[in-house]
Design a protein around this ligand. Structure first.
Ligand code: BES
Ligand code: MN
Ligand code: ZN
Length: 497
């Protein structure tokens, strides 16, 4: 999709379709008003007849309006002007894009970003247009032999800005929007690929491919024998039950000439989680192909950063494995020694994410990071607590947690903080090892965070549980690409510090 910015009047646009907003109840937006004046009341006449109320979700397509230069005008319901917010704006955008893609117009000139959203500037509104458009039109059909193609798909969106002064800032917004969209697309594609294609080796190859594309990126892959030398007994205990060899992928992005300390992103890359000997029930077990969405978000975010050439250093660390039942798999009660030296009693082999993450987190110390953020589809309990709208967030440094909460708000990819209090730690007590890998039914998301906190004492750290946000179930089953928008926003903001 091509995005362009321009400034000018709606009636003067030579285009297949001009898009203007209608507020509820039957109120013209500023651009609609302009169009109405130039067409001697054509739009207000239609509103009076009651064809569109202006509710969010409504659209009305008009053709060949006299005194305009465009083939069509699309009226889009924008709801009550005073009630507009980020979520409603995004809904308006996705409705607009769906409608445009269904009609024959392959290109459109949109004034939708001129409506007022509390606390949001033009650049933000433009960037959202780019990311929401890509999100709305995303389709995963690479494994279908017959693809249903839209006959005349939308190819180009011209976004109108109020004045020429907005153009420079607008261009940057498009660059950011395109970069985030590319990162989200990579994360979605990887998440949607099945476990028989997207294996640890496949993830490693994808990372290497990124390293080839971007000169500022260096990719290394550790094999099981390398991990053994490093003492990663916890990670390797999980992959022992699988025929697929585990990989530890590192990506080093150098954008900061002054060699500043890097931000580290550590992503769970469990390419299929059957539960191991603590086998999962069969219902929806297919969804456990998404158990690598943490790692997909690391790859997606790093791709976005490379595209924007941000002046900062970032490292990605991805422990990747399968979790399968097998004669050589972990057994409940087994005790393993992690790279940190701490021993772990594995009471449930299905709590494997933390077992691969703990060694990756210890390994990450070697990069002397400014801060570390791990991202993982870690607990079903997080889906119960927060549903699919908010990721679970915890950490050992409040400013870092606050920054992530704020980035999530800006990017429309929000998280909610959970209490990582000491009181919860004792749920991990073990009679036989330094800790157990599960903490019982109570506060399952927090005790998973507690487990990780024991491996992250040497740096500022935050943990994002994306079990609920990384994918959708039901009719729209698929990967969401989250939290690439939040992470990318966090890094964009860090560059301004
Ligand atoms: N990958 C799962 C967590 C998960 C569950 C993500 C459902 C998305 C949807 C993780 O490895 C797991 O199995 N966690 C267990 C932990 C339990 C055994 C303490 C869980 O949540 O049931
Ligand atoms: Mn599991
Ligand atoms: Zn898992």
């Amino acid at each position: 999709m091509e995005f362009i910015i321009k400034s000018g009047n709606p009636e003067k646009q030579r285009s297949a379709c001009v898009v203007v907003g209608i507020h509820e109840p039957r109120k013209l937006s500023a651009a609609a008003e302009q169009l109405d004046k130039a067409t001697k009341g054509y739009i207000s006449n239609i509103l009076r007849k009651g064809d569109i109320e202006g509710k969010i979700g409504q659209t009305l397509m008009l053709h060949n309006i006299p005194k305009t230069l465009c083939d069509r005008v699309l009226l889009v319901g924008c709801g009550k002007e005073r009630e507009l917010n980020d979520t409603k704006y995004r809904k308006i955008l996705s409705t607009t894009i769906k409608k445009l893609n269904e009609t024959g117009a392959m290109e459109a000139v949109s004034f939708i970003n001129n409506i007022n959203i509390k606390g949001r500037d033009t650049a933000w509104k433009l960037r959202e247009t780019v990311t929401i458009t890509n999100d709305t039109l995303y389709c995963f059909d690479q494994l279908k032999s017959k693809k249903d193609k839209t006959r005349r798909p939308l190819r180009k969106v011209v976004m109108m800005v109020p004045s020429r002064r907005d153009l420079a800032e607008g261009e940057r917004a498009i660059v950011e929007g395109n970069a985030i969209a590319a990162g989200v697309k990579l994360a979605k594609d990887l998440g949607n690929l099945p476990g028989n294609i997207c294996t640890p080796t496949y993830l490693a190859d994808q990372a290497k491919a990124l390293g080839k594309t971007y000169k500022s990126l260096t990719v290394k892959v550790l094999e099981e024998k390398d991990m053994k030398k490093l003492g990663m007994g916890s990670l390797l205990s999980v992959s022992r039950g699988s025929r697929q060899p585990a990989k530890l992928i590192t990506l080093e992005y150098k954008g900061d000439k002054k060699n500043g300390k890097p931000i580290a992103l550590v992503g769970k890359g469990l390419t299929f989680d059957a539960g191991g000997i603590s086998l999962k029930p069969p219902t929806a077990m297919d969804e456990m192909k998404y158990d690598m969405c943490g790692s997909a978000s690391v790859l997606g975010t790093i791709k976005a950063i490379c595209k924007m050439r941000l002046p900062i250093n970032v490292v990605g660390v991805i422990p990747s494995s399968e979790n399968m039942p097998d004669g050589d798999a972990n057994k409940p009660g087994d005790i393993v020694t992690s790279m940190s030296g701490q021993t772990i009693e594995i009471l449930n082999t299905d709590a494997e994410g933390r077992l691969i993450l703990c060694d990756a987190l210890t390994y990450t110390e070697k990069f002397k990071p400014d801060c570390v953020i791990d991202i993982a589809t870690l607990t079903g309990a997080c889906v119960i607590a927060l549903g699919k709208h908010a990721s679970g967030l915890m950490g050992n440094n409040q400013p870092l947690v606050n920054d992530l909460l704020n980035s999530g708000k800006t990017a429309g990819d929000r998280a909610w903080e959970m209490p990582l209090w000491d009181e919860y730690q004792e749920q991990l007590n073990s009679n036989f090892a330094d800790m157990a890998n599960i903490g019982g039914r109570d506060a399952g998301t927090i005790t998973a965070g507690c487990f990780l906190s024991r491996y992250t004492k040497k740096y500022r750290w935050a943990h994002v549980d994306i079990a609920g946000t990384a994918w959708k179930s039901g009719a729209e089953k698929g990967s969401t690409g989250r939290p690439v928008p939040m992470l990318t926003q966090f890094i964009i903001d860090k560059c301004k510090d």
